[in-house]
Structure formats: C-alpha cells, structure tokens
Design a protein around this ligand. Structure first.
Ligand SMILES: NC(=O)C1=CN([C@@H]2O[C@H](COP(=O)(O)OP(=O)(O)OC[C@H]3O[C@@H](n4cnc5c(N)ncnc54)[C@H](O)[C@@H]3O)[C@@H](O)[C@H]2O)[C@@H](O)CC1
Ligand SMILES: Nc1ncnc2c1ncn2[C@@H]1O[C@H](COP(=O)(O)OP(=O)(O)O)[C@@H](O)[C@H]1O
Ligand SMILES: [K+]
Length: 495
C-alpha cells in the first residue's frame, strides 16, 4: 500500500530526528542519486559522462538536489547546477562545487537544460505553498516548454514531488515541472497519488530514509497484496449463500446491456449467486449468463441504477429501502443516484455511491453544495470528502484515477493501468464487481454498523481489480473487462 501523509505531518515527524542529528538529507540525496543512476542505466547509459542539470530552489528540497548532484559528479557525471530562486542551500551548494559541479547563470539555464539528459528537480518540495511565484514560476514555465518541445526529452527526476503541484490537496494551480519519476522521501504525499497533481508525477518511488510517520494516511493506494487481504476466499465450509448473493436492479428496455455487464462484473468478481430483478431484460441476461437467477430474494448486497434512466428509477426504491433498513450494503450507480436528490438525508457508509464527476456535481448541488463538474475534477479529494460528509455514504468518484472516501478514514486513489478503460459500460462492470466484494463481506458489514470504514476499502479493492482487468495496450470492451476479472483476482491472490 502506498501511504500518503500531509506535509505538516511529515514535518512534525522529521523534527525530533533532525534535532537528534539524524542525517536525513544525506540519506535523501543519496536515494535521489541512486534513482538517477538507475534511470540512466535503464536507458543504456552510464553515470560517468552523462550530463545532468541540478535545479535547486532555496529550501531543503534544493539541498537534497545539490547533494545528489555532488554524489553524481563524484561518479564522473558532468553536473550543472542552477539556483534560480535567488537563494540557495549553502551546505548543498558548497558540496556540489567541491565535487566539481559547474554553476549555471540564469541566462544560461535554457542552454544548459537543452544539453542535459537528466534534470533533478529540487526547486521546491513540501515547503511550497502554491501557486508558484516568480522567479520560480517563469523558470518552471520555461523548462516545461523546453521539455515538451525537445527532440530528446530529458529524464526529469523530481525530489519529493514535482515542483508546483499542490502537495497536500492534489491540486494544480499554476505551472508544474512534469516528472519522469518522483522520488518520494519516507512516504508519499497526497498530491503524488490523487489527480490532477498525480498526473505530473510519472512513476512514484518511495524511498526509506529512516523516517516513519505515525497515524492513518490522508490518502492511500492499494496494491495487489492489500487486495488479497480483503478478498473473501471460499473454504470447505462455504456455500453459495455464505459467499454472498448480489441482487441487481440494473438494465432497462432502454439500456438492456447494462444488466448483462453488471451481472458479468458480479460473477467475475466472485459472487456466490447473482439475482436479477429487472424483468424487461431477464431473458437477455440469461442468454449470456445462465447462472443468473431471476426475481427478488434475499441478498447480502444490492446494486441498483446502472442502465436505468432517471425516469424509470422509482421501481428501485424498494430494493434500496430494504437494503438500508437491513443495513446491507447497496451500490447506487448511474440513474439511481437521482433517487438520493430528495430525502435519504443520513445514509450509512454501507451505501456506496459510484458517480462520475458530472453525476457527483448534480448530487452535490441537489444537497446545496454548488460544485461544478470542473470544480470536482480540479479537487477530487475535497469533493469526495465533502460528498461523504454531506451524505454519510461511501463515495467512489470514477475516472482515470478512482477517488474513494467514506465518512472517515483515508481517501483511496486507485489509478487506471490503461486509459483504454474509459469505454461505455466499464462503469457497469465496476458496479457489479463492487456488489460481489460487498456481498462477500455483507454479513460483517451489516453487523458493524453505520460509520464502518470497510466499504471504502472494498471499493478501493474493486478499483484495483477493475484496473487490472482493464489493463490493455489497445482498445478493450466493457464485456472483456468482466471476463478478465477472475484472472485479476487470481493475480492478486498470487501476490
Ligand atoms: N527537513 C529536513 O531536514 C528534510 C527535508 N527534506 C527535504 O526538504 C524539503 C522541504 O524543505 P523546505 O521546508 O525547506 O521547503 P522546500 O525546499 O520544499 O520549499 C521551500 C522553498 O520554496 C520557496 N517557496 C515556497 N512557496 C513558494 C511559492 N509559492 N513560490 C515560489 N517559491 C516558494 C520558499 O521560499 C523556500 O525557498 C522536502 O520536500 C525534502 O525535499 C529532506 O532533505 C529530508 C529531510
Ligand atoms: N481517463 C480514464 N482512464 C481510465 N479509466 C477511466 C477514465 N475515465 C473513466 N474511466 C473509468 O471508466 C469507467 C466509466 O464508467 P461510467 O462513467 O459509469 O461509464 P458507463 O456508465 O458507460 O459504464 C469507470 O470505471 C471509470 O473509472
Ligand atoms: K521538487
């Protein structure tokens, strides 16, 4: 699991170590120099003879970059050092000069940038309060143009974070220096995991510098082994009912395929049994999935709304109210989200809402929170937290990175592995899959009560599996994502 902590929490955890003389900066800069060497080697280059540009701001982030430059110069790299902030970390600068680095004047920066195959971005780290001010703002804008137009794009290694991102809120409010790889010191930071900032980070590598940050992370991203920990694997005592029954109120005469796709998601996600309560589309679903049972009945999780137009959702009130009354989990997707615009003031965390940004904007405005779709896309962490607080429910904001929050606990940010996933019906598969994971835990969730954080964790696990199943180098259909879910589950369980 990648765990991200806010800059104030990192700074508080650092303080006693720094006071005790623990050489955090030496460790950080050594890790950065190792990352640079690894990037060079991966492209068939050696450190000796490579041209490297150190971009050093006036804070400790600049210090890390300068000491890293000194290590690399001692290994034979040709290292230029630019300090465009007007001030500089003195110890780091002295070490760099001592190791043979060359200082670049401000008017030589563009030329030095063009000549270097690697840029080390130490302009600002967790001490930055965006938006970036001049002179750094213009320097970053110039470097970004240089990077984007260069025939040989440089490898940009960001120290701790790409300069310019909102480290704590994941926002982007000015120029940002896009990274190839971000070397996160000790722990990730929210902006490294959550969009839009995470889109500027490249690969995120967390390096151990002997600093641990206590408490729950603000943002987390599950890996395969975390998913394996929460999956319910059947044993000799299980039968279809204990594994979890998913009831689907999905699909309609207008969008019949959504019922097929949610059923595929639930079956592929390991449901013990799938029941379908959508008479209009039952024969279509049975043609693809004869395993599905039609009609109402007991279920440990309910999925409603996928492929049901808002004009036809009244029939879903029954299953929704029953799930809420019995405290069983319910996934509220697509058209069914419109049911929540009136009433349903205080939902439990076992109600999991799966909007895209447009649907979340509509839901929030119906609840008196005037956020537009673009406000939500600019600040998804804030939007899901707000929506979870306002509704009491667990929120899955679907997109290139799924951003998930319950009424408390961390926000989960689960990235797509391929953007070919953005295809019609992929969300229906997700809703069915999530239904299966929730049904597997349904009895426990029903017992645990309203504010329990597990639904958000299960939604994050569903996002990981969905991303894995949708991983593709070319176009993929939603139906194929459903078919590949069993392999994704097996992959998580293999570790
Ligand atoms: N505290 C420590 O000893 C350690 C910190 N580490 C490094 O230190 C970094 C944090 O260092 P600092 O707290 O010195 O801060 P930073 O170096 O991240 O940033 C502060 C600098 O940015 C400038 N700045 C802030 N907001 C700005 C804005 N909006 N526009 C333009 N300039 C702006 C400040 O004037 C200051 O020069 C971490 O990200 C990490 O790289 C590591 O060396 C590990 C140990
Ligand atoms: N840019 C993107 N890259 C990867 N996945 C995406 C992107 N945008 C959306 N997705 C995913 O595609 C699916 C779309 O779901 P949704 O908007 O409900 O569409 P539909 O109703 O057609 O299924 C979600 O699982 C979402 O996470
Ligand atoms: K940086």
């Amino acid at each position: 699991m990648l765990r991200a902590y806010r800059s104030s929490e990192v700074a508080a955890a650092e303080r006693p170590l720094i006071e005790a003389g623990v050489p955090l900066m030496e460790r950080a800069s050594f890790a950065v120099s190792t990352a640079v060497a690894r990037e060079l080697k991966a492209r068939g280059h050696r450190v000796a003879g490579s041209r490297i540009l150190v971009l050093a701001g006036g804070g400790n982030n600049g210090g890390d970059a300068l000491y890293a430059g000194a290590y690399l110069a001692r290994r034979g790299a040709i290292v230029d050092v630019a300090c465009p902030a007007g001030n500089v970390h003195e110890g780091g600068y002295a070490a760099a000069i001592d190791a043979g680095c060359r200082t670049v004047a401000d008017d030589e920066l563009a030329t030095a940038a063009r000549a270097a195959g690697v840029w080390i971005d130490g302009l600002a780290g967790i001490g930055l309060r965006p938006p970036l001010r001049d002179p750094l703002a213009s320097v970053v804008a110039m470097l970004e143009t240089e990077r984007a137009t260069s025939p040989d794009e440089p490898i940009v290694v960001a120290v701790d974070c790409p300069t310019g991102i909102g480290v704590d809120d994941g926002g982007v409010s000015g120029p940002v220096l896009r990274a190839t790889v971000t070397v996160a010191l000790a722990v990730a930071k929210p902006g490294l995991l959550a969009p839009p900032a995470s889109r500027f980070c490249g690969r995120v590598e967390v390096v151990d510098i002997g600093l641990s940050v206590p408490g729950l992370p603000a943002v987390a991203a599950l890996g395969g082994s975390d998913v394996a920990d929460v999956l319910r694997v059947p044993d000799a005592t299980d039968h279809k009912y204990t594994r979890g029954v998913v009831l689907l109120g999905t699909g309609s005469a207008e969008y019949p395929g959504a019922a097929v796709l949610t059923a595929g998601g639930a079956l592929g996600g390991g449901a013990g049994m799938v029941r379908l309560d959508s008479p209009d589309v039952a024969s279509l679903v049975l043609r693809t999935y004869p395993e599905v049972v039609t009609g109402m009945g007991r279920a440990q999780a309910t999925v409603i709304g996928s492929g049901v137009p808002a004009t036809d959702v009244d029939r879903l009130r029954g299953p929704l109210d029953r799930a809420l009354a019995e405290n069983y989990p319910v996934v509220v997707d697509a058209g069914a989200l419109s049911l929540l615009k009136d009433g349903y003031e205080d939902l439990p965390s076992t109600a999991v809402l799966t909007p895209h940004a447009g649907e979340l904007a509509e839901l929030l405005s119906a609840r008196g929170e005037g956020l537009t779709r673009s406000d939500i896309e600019a600040a998804p962490i804030r939007a899901v937290r707000l929506a979870a607080t306002v509704t009491g429910a667990t929120i899955v904001l679907k997109g290139g990175t799924d951003v998930i929050a319950g009424p408390d606990g961390p926000v989960y940010a689960q990235p797509a592995r391929s953007h070919w996933r953005a295809t019609a019906g992929a969300g229906d598969v997700y809703a069915g899959l999530l239904g299966a994971l929730l049904a597997g835990a349904g009895e426990d969730l029903a017992r645990a009560g309203r504010g329990y954080g597990q639904p958000a964790l299960l939604a994050a696990a569903a996002s990981w599996l969905h991303a894995e199943a949708a991983h593709s180098d070319g176009p993929i259909r939603a139906g194929q994502i459903a078919e590949r879910l069993p392999a994704a589950i097996a992959q998580a369980l293999r570790g």
